[in-house]
Design a binder for this molecule. Structure first.
Ligand code: 5GP
Ligand code: ZN
Length: 115
């Protein structure tokens, strides 16, 4: 828990997001500014600021977050039409919240390459 971190405040319950899934390791909630019909954020409960801060011990956690994102894509009905999982790291990628998270986007055609 990092006191000035928005996503840590969601994990602690200080701020209540629109939660779609929660377990001991992660929290999944709808993005406040959705960029597609399905846009959820999958975050670890543990505070990790950026992908650069991941350690070997986080491999299982990150793997579980990916598997949960795919499960939510399937449950949301976008797995067959297609979806994208994104993790932004630092300024050039536009990371704005410094607590790692997966974006799951689906439900519309997603252009490539991204901006
Ligand atoms: P980043 O730009 O760091 O990859 O993604 C941060 C995401 O967090 C953005 O898509 C943004 O819309 C979302 N976000 C920022 N503040 C809030 C909030 O208070 N609630 C929710 N649900 N999402 C937020
Ligand atoms: Zn945090």
């Amino acid at each position: 828990m990092t006191t000035d971190c928005l996503f840590c405040k969601m994990v602690s319950g200080q701020i209540k997001p629109n939660t779609v899934y929660e377990d001991d390791d992660m929290l999944v909630f709808k993005d406040i500014n959705p960029q597609a019909p399905v846009h959820v954020l999958i975050i670890p409960k543990k505070h990790i600021a950026t992908l650069n801060d991941l350690g070997q011990g986080d491999a299982q956690l990150i793997g579980k977050m990916f598997l949960k994102a795919v499960k939510i894509a399937k449950d949301s009905g976008v797995a067959e039409s297609g979806f994208r999982i994104i993790m932004n790291c630092n300024a050039d990628a536009g990371q704005s919240v410094f607590h790692v998270h997966l974006h799951l986007l689906g439900g519309r055609f997603l252009r490539w390459p991204p901006g």
